[in-house]
Each structure stands twice: as C-alpha cells, then as structure tokens.
Design a protein around this ligand. Structure first.
Ligand code: TK8
Length: 338
C-alpha cells in the first residue's frame, strides 16, 4: 500500500511542477529584448547582462530573452536613449551624464567629488533617493529598471602627468556631452570638448583630443592605454549607469513580465557591480603593465582641485534643480552620520 501512495505522490508532484512551469510559460510571450551598450562585450556590463538574461529566461519558462549589442552598434548613449524612447530599441545601458539633456535633475550625479565611496553610492541609488530619480523616467518614455555602476572617474592624457591644478592648463580634454563635465574641466583650465563615447578612441589616436576621463574598466576595456601615456588617479566623480527600458514597449507587457524584468535587473546589478569592482581592483596594475605612467594627486593638491571646482555646484544648481540637489546632499549627510 505504502509503495502505491509514494508512486502516486511522486506522479502528482511531477504533474504539479510541470503545470507550474507550463503556467509560468503561459503567462509569458516570446520576447527578444535588444540592449544597446557603448562598451565592448568583455566589459563588466556583459557580466551583468548575462546574469540578467539567465534570470529572465529561467523565470519566463525560456520565453524572455535579452540580446546585448556592443561597441555602440545601435548608437551612442544619447542616440540609443532617444531610440529607446521611440521604442525602436528595447533597452540601453547608459551613463546618467548624456541623459541630463532629457532629465536635467540627473545632473546632480555629475557634480565633482559628490560621492566618496561606492558603498554610499549604492546605498543612495538603491534607496528612496534613487527611486525619486527613477520616478522621473516614465514621463520621458523611459523605465529605469535598476542602477548599475560605471564607476569612479580618473583622468588620462598624452601630454603630461597631471599632479596639480595647473597641469590641466591647455590639455584638450574629451568630456561626456554634459554641461557640468564641460564646466568642470574648463574651470580646471582644460580645453574641454564634448564627444560621444564611441568616438573617443579615434579622437585620442589622431590627437584630435589630448585626454579623456573615465573609470578604469572603460580605460582598459576600450584599450585607451594604447593611445594615452599618462593616467592620473583623480577620482573626481562617480558615474552611475541607468538600465533604461522603453516605456512604449513596457506598456505592452504583462504584470508578470514587468516583475521578471525588474527582479532580474536587480540580479544583474549585483553581478555587474561585483565584476566591475573585481576588474577595477586589478586595473591600475594592468594599465601600468600596458605601459601607462600612473600618478596619484597629493591630498593637498586634491584639496586645491576640490576648492577650484566647488563653484560648479552653485553655477549648475538652477539647471539641475534645488530639490534633487537637496535630496542627494541630505541623504549623503544621513548615510555619513553627519
Ligand atoms: C559608455 C559610456 C561611458 C561613459 C563615457 O556607453 O561616455 O565616458 O563613461 O561609460 O556611458
């Protein structure tokens, strides 16, 4: 008698599981979401998207696929974001800086020396303040699924080591298409040139510009070390990455599909940040090994650079908005126990 009930139980359990999987799959349609990236597939954004894609496949019974495109194949941060707004591309991973022309409040994240650590950036972005910024996206045709990490930005150039403020003088510096970065590097004495990420390598190679600034992972991933001699550990800003989904496409999805995309973007976030930080930890040695001359800036000189760029906060407060600046600065004080 016992044997029969065990066999019956096993059959019922198997049928229940199959039904559940079938039901899950039935709640989902076949989807293939195309994602635009400015970086190459070896960048930690690839780790994040691989984790996110495995998650969406598993939770949709194999129906929801994520298809990354690399090296700006679908366009730059800004043009891809515009395409996501029209629905011709489903998703883009972009720095916040180029999106400021669409959502000015994001400009707060470009203010020099805003964040001190990645931990406080995570805490702010993954909390209610990050949600406040994400809530601004639907009005411009976008849905921010999560905050991933570009990282702390450092300066490279082909002219000289930058060890003090005066060394920025006359360096033709590519910056992201963003007024705060333009103003910051002009204020430091550089000849700042706004340019899409996809054009930077060739602009450095042809000496159209002397330098640029980016997190280590981008400097390594884009092989900027091949066309840049000097790396200065300026750590002058922290760039968040937006995981922007098209609201036009989003509005055609089910609640279950929404839930899976949000849940799996958070799974991808953990993996992308982990991979980014693991790569960053080895980057300075790797870049030295590729022939870059690496220098720190002394605390005294960093203090002079911070002092010189403080004016940026006042100059851009109106364009960014008092509310986002207050939200971020108050939350940072709270996180720091100030
Ligand atoms: C990559 C860009 C890049 C950014 C830049 O698509 O443009 O310098 O730092 O990460 O978003």
């Amino acid at each position: 008698m016992k044997n029969i009930s065990r066999v019956a139980l096993t059959a019922v359990a198997a049928a229940t599981l199959a039904l559940a999987a079938g039901t899950a799959s039935a709640q989902f349609q076949n989807r293939n979401f195309r994602v635009s990236n400015g970086v190459s597939k070896e960048h930690p954004m690839g780790n994040g998207l691989a984790a996110m894609g495995a998650c969406t496949l598993e939770k949709s019974g194999g129906k929801m696929k994520i298809q990354p495109f690399w090296d700006g194949a679908l366009g730059s941060d800004l043009t891809s974001t515009q395409s996501v707004r029209t629905g011709s591309i489903d998703m883009v991973l972009t720095s916040t800086a180029p999106v400021v022309s669409i959502v000015p409040a994001l400009g707060v994240f470009d203010l020099p020396f805003l964040f001190n650590t990645a931990a406080e950036a995570d805490q702010l972005l993954d909390g209610k303040v990050g949600d406040w910024f994400s809530a601004k996206m639907p009005a411009v045709g976008l849905v921010n699924l999560a905050w991933w990490e570009n990282g702390f930005r450092h300066t490279t150039n082909s002219k000289r080591p930058i060890t003090k403020v005066e060394d920025f003088e006359g360096v033709k510096m590519r910056v992201m298409q963003n007024n705060v970065y333009l103003d910051t590097f002009k204020t430091l004495g550089s000849n700042a040139v706004p340019m899409a990420f996809t054009e930077v390598y060739s602009a450095l190679e042809t000496r159209t510009v002397d330098g640029q600034e980016n997190p280590f992972t981008n400097i390594e991933n884009m092989k900027f070390y091949e066309v840049q001699k000097y790396l200065t550990l300026s750590k002058h800003a922290y760039s968040p990455t937006l995981v922007l989904f098209s609201k036009k496409v989003w509005d055609g999805l089910s609640e279950q599909e929404h839930a899976v995309l949000k849940e799996c973007a958070v799974v991808g976030r953990a993996e992308q940040r982990r991979a980014n930080r693991a790569m960053e930890a080895k980057s300075v040695d790797n870049l030295r090994g590729k022939g870059m001359a690496v220098n720190e800036i002394s605390p005294a000189e960093t203090a002079r650079i911070r002092e010189k760029t403080k004016v940026i906060y006042e100059r851009h407060a109106k364009a960014i908005g008092d509310e986002p600046i207050a939200l971020v600065t108050e939350e940072l004080k709270r996180i720091r126990g100030q």
